[in-house]
Design a protein around this ligand. Structure first.
Ligand SMILES: Nc1nc2c(ncn2[C@@H]2O[C@H](COP(=O)(O)OP(=O)(O)O)[C@@H](O)[C@H]2O)c(=O)[nH]1
Ligand SMILES: [Mg+2]
Length: 180
């Protein structure tokens, strides 16, 4: 059975690699390298340089999940990774408002390059300084018709639930009851 390609996007440090690792119970392929830029190093010590990738089985569907490298200098990879994407997850670090606009810019780019159903995700909801989904939605003027889901990317149940919701969106949007 063919697999459904899902692409996880979002700004530097949003939790994309963590999301893919958690979805796959840590069997994902990753391409992490040490961060040398001092200001970025304050945020985290390694960064994705090509992609994250994992195949999982969810609700009788085979899913291939890819995540992009978040830094803009890896933009050349984004359109390559977007090819054949059936659904997107756009991640925001709920504790880091100054980076949120980067995810929105990616969203616009992907919708132009390879439109597909999507959900927005407010990650790191376990941290005390996390802004609520409502607050992030209002700050970014995201329409109430867009699904905006709270997430802790280290928690497998939450991650799988988000993937299920996206699969539902894909099913509705593609107008089928079975994937092929
Ligand atoms: N507390 C908390 N930390 C998280 C969560 N998701 C990711 N992180 C941490 O945030 C940092 C950046 O995550 P990473 O997955 O590398 O982000 P990426 O740049 O989007 O791939 C890492 O230190 C993760 O352990 C979360 O839901 N809660
Ligand atoms: Mg990463």
């Amino acid at each position: 059975m063919a697999s459904i390609k899902i692409l996880v996007a979002g700004h530097f440090g949003a939790g994309k690699t963590t999301f893919v690792k958690t979805a796959s119970s840590n069997t994902a392929l990753t391409t992490e390298k040490r961060v040398f830029n001092p200001s970025e190093r304050q945020e985290k010590s390694t960064t994705t340089t090509a992609m994250d990738f994992s195949n999982i089985r969810l609700d009788t569907q085979n899913i291939s999940i890819f995540a992009i490298p978040g830094q803009k200098r890896f933009e050349f990879m984004w359109k390559i990774l977007a090819k054949n994407t059936r659904g997107y997850i756009f991640l925001f670090d709920s504790t880091n408002p100054k980076r949120w606009s980067e995810t929105l810019e990616q969203f616009e780019m992907f919708m132009e390059a390879q439109p597909a159903p999507y959900v927005f995700v407010a990650n790191k909801q376990d941290l005390p300084e996390a802004r609520s989904v409502k607050e992030i939605r209002e700050t970014l003027s995201v329409s109430s018709s867009v699904k905006f889901l709270p997430c802790v990317a280290t928690d497998r149940d939450t991650v799988l639930n988000i993937l299920m919701i996206l699969l539902e969106e894909i099913k509705i949007r593609e107008g089928k009851h079975e994937y092929t």
